[in-house]
Design a protein around this ligand. Structure first.
Ligand code: 0RA
Length: 661
């Protein structure tokens, strides 16, 4: 080597080590940023964020599957609430990354947004809501271990809060292929640590429908099944993708067509998949996804779909001559009543907007979806005249029902005007007029209503007793809601109006009188049935109330335990036992008296206040929609027609499954 060459090499290596340390500092700063503001990266540090970590890791494996290299993803909840994700993909590359001066694997695991950098040609479409990558999960984990099985070798690297404990090393031979990531969320960052089997299995099920042909499995090593003596486990796999998804969603609904309509194709570089089915219900049930993310707030893809649906069906119906008997207009809503549909598209650079960043903004998508779906649907109608006729008849029925609903609504509104103040006589209102500081209890039965009225703080607590049967909105025609006395009373008391000339489902919350609506029913089967009816009504007609966090469920105690002058309430069997034991002391349980509350009516006003209504001591469960798909399933199943799935469902979920409250 001559002198010149030696100097050049020296400079080169000098530059490289400088780069290395500069990169190193950047990495540490990146990890630090994630740990400082975790919510910015994963949404929150509660239940959602904790589970989001898993989705983030699984997304990487889904990408590998979408690239055609993986068909099996195993998720395991380990005994200590660590998570393990194993796939049978190509394995994250382990070679030396020149620019970063370290193993590519280490780069993927420690550099923010490094995910797809090695595979420029590939089309990375999956990715969590925040799309932050596995490095973010690593930064928020007390311990992470990544193992790569590639080209006959087994590689490993471990980390603590995102920092490598050693360089990637080869630890042996392997005859499998894939990537295994094991992580334990950092308990100094997350306020919860327990993984929910249900939440994870709902997401894996959804992913299986959205990405057909991939086996996704969830094993829970915290639970051994008593029958099989094996770990609790569920597998999800779908051959027909979205069509299977529709069948799952409509399990408790009566279908109008033998098979869902399936549309699959690509337009202007946007892959579009749709499946849809009409049923005898009256609700619109459309779920939309972009890159496997549920777009609750809709967006351009959903608009494109709706436009295609309206335009294509309208023109077919016009041509068919079936509308000739109809004496009024058909509106866009009529084409979606009783429709269950899933639309899933992939966009290379999605722009997410809206309050929860779940609304697709990309303007180019609308036209692409509209023209693709329009063409395919047109083709379907031409090829399936029988189904086409069923659909048009359903649309006519919807238009007729909407017409009836408008009449009923107008009648009600006229009556209200005539009625004076407009507030129902049954309402015991509070004196406060600030909605933010006012609450209303919807109470089952007049007698409990009376007790609540005596027990309340009348300054900010209003009481509305509900007497008659509450309409099952899951089965009733929409105009019935305007005719149902209890529902009308609720609307009026809350100050909510529903339906305008343009949009029969529009919800007007501008005059909402309370920001807390508390459903208070007996803690028995009838009580929970009534609570479910009310919740179904809110979910189908006033979803925004739930989304804004205005709907709550009261939790009255189950027992009063007494001994002498001492008394305590219990909400669970465990509490009852503990309190009884405590009262009995070392001696016998003589003198310990346990009263089981069968209904709210058995408590007096003071007791109801102390246990269930006093903000200082009560526990309110806030109703939130953890997952659109599950919520829809729960309500259609609990309140729908088909009995067998309901029975099974209730047996499996003897509590308010998934109406996470
Ligand atoms: C980039 C390139 C290659 C594989 C992957 C990423 C990959 C990443 C993850 C994350 C979880 N599982 C994964 N499996 C694969 C492979 C490039 C090549 O082999 O040529």
């Amino acid at each position: 080597m001559n002198e010149e060459e030696a100097i050049r090499q020296h400079e080169e290596s000098d530059r490289m080590s400088r780069d290395y340390s500069a990169n190193n500092i950047q990495v540490l700063e990146g990890l630090e940023a994630v740990r400082k503001r975790p919510a910015m990266y994963i949404g929150d540090v509660g239940v959602k964020g904790l589970h989001h970590l898993v989705y983030e890791v699984v997304d990487n494996s889904i990408d590998e599957a979408l690239a055609g290299h993986c068909d099996r993803i195993e998720v395991t909840i380990l005994k200590d609430n660590s998570i393990q994700v194993l796939d049978n993909g190509r394995g994250i590359p382990v070679g030396f990354h020149e620019k970063e001066q370290r193993s590519a694997l280490e780069v993927v695991m420690t550099v923010l947004h490094a995910g797809g950098k090695f595979d420029k040609g590939s089309y990375k479409v999956s990715g969590g809501l925040h799309g932050v990558g596995v490095s973010c999960v690593n930064a928020l984990s007390d311990k992470t271990k990544v193992e790569v099985f590639r080209e006959g070798k087994h590689y490993i690297q471990e980390y603590h809060i995102g920092k490598p404990l050693y360089a990637v090393k080869e630890i042996g031979e392997s005859n499998i292929r894939g990537t295994k990531v094991t992580f334990k969320p950092d308990s100094s960052i997350f306020i919860v640590s327990e993984y929910s089997f249900d939440i994870l299995s709902n997401r894996l099920r959804e992913l299986a429908y959205l990405n057909k042909g991939i086996l996704l499995a969830l094993t829970d090593e915290r639970h051994i099944d008593e029958d099989t003596n094996e770990y609790r486990r569920k597998e999800f796999y779908s051959d027909r993708g979205l069509a299977d998804f529709i069948d799952y969603l409509d399990e408790s609904r009566e279908k109008l067509m033998p098979e869902p309509i399936q549309i699959e194709g690509e337009k202007n570089g946007v892959p579009v998949e749709v499946a849809m089915q009409y049923n005898t219900s009256f609700s619109e049930n459309i779920h939309s996804y972009v890159n496997n993310i549920n777009t609750h707030e809709g967006g351009t893809h959903l608009s494109g779909f709706r436009r295609a649906l309206t335009r294509t069906l309208k023109s077919y119906a016009d041509k068919s001559g079936m509308l000739s008997k109809l004496k009024f207009d058909i509106s866009g809503d009529d084409f979606r009543e009783g429709l269950t549909a899933v639309i899933s598209i992939k966009v290379a650079e999605p722009q997410f907007e809206g309050q929860t960043k779940t609304k697709l903004g990309n303007s180019e998508v609308m036209g692409a979806v509209e023209s693709m779906v329009g063409e395919a649907l047109n083709h379907y109608l031409e090829e399936h005249p029988k189904e086409a006729k069923i659909i048009v008849n359903k649309v006519i029925l919807a238009a007729t029902a909407r017409h009836a609903a408008r009449k009923a609504r107008e009648l009600v509104q006229r009556k209200n005007v005539l009625g004076g103040s407009g507030l129902p006589g049954k309402l015991s209102d509070c004196s406060n007029r600030d909605p933010e500081k006012s609450e209303i209890y919807l109470v089952e039965g007049d007698s409990a209503g009376g007790t609540a009225k005596q027990g309340r703080d009348r300054f900010f607590q209003a009481i509305l007793p509900l007497r008659g049967k509450i309409l099952n909105v899951e089965k009733a025609m929409p105009h019935k809601i305007f005719e149902n006395e209890e529902i009308r009373t609720m609307f009026t008391a809350l100050g909510i109006s529903i339906g305008t000339e343009e949009d029969p489902k529009a919800l007007n919350l501008t005059k909402l009188r309370y920001h807390k609506v508390i459903i208070m029913t007996d803690a028995d089967v009838d009580g929970s049935h009534i609570a479910t009816l009310i919740l179904t009504f809110f979910y189908r007609f006033m979803k925004e109330m739930i989304e804004r966090g205005y709907v709550y469920i009261a939790t009255p105690p189950l027992y009063l335990i007494k001994k002498g002058a001492k008394s305590e309430y219990a909400w669970t069997e465990e509490q009852r036992e503990a309190i009884s034991l405590n009262f009995a002391g070392n001696g016998s349980d003589k003198g310990v008296h346990v009263q089981r509350y069968k209904g709210l009516g058995e408590m007096n006003a003071e007791q109801l206040w102390a246990t269930t209504m006093n903000p200082e001591t009560r526990t309110l469960r806030k109703v939130n929609i953890e997952n659109d798909v599950t919520a829809d399933k729960v309500f259609s199943m609990l309140m729908g027609d088909e009995v067998p799935p309901r029975r099974e469902f209730i047996e499996q979920n003897a509590h308010y499954a998934n109406i996470d409250a």
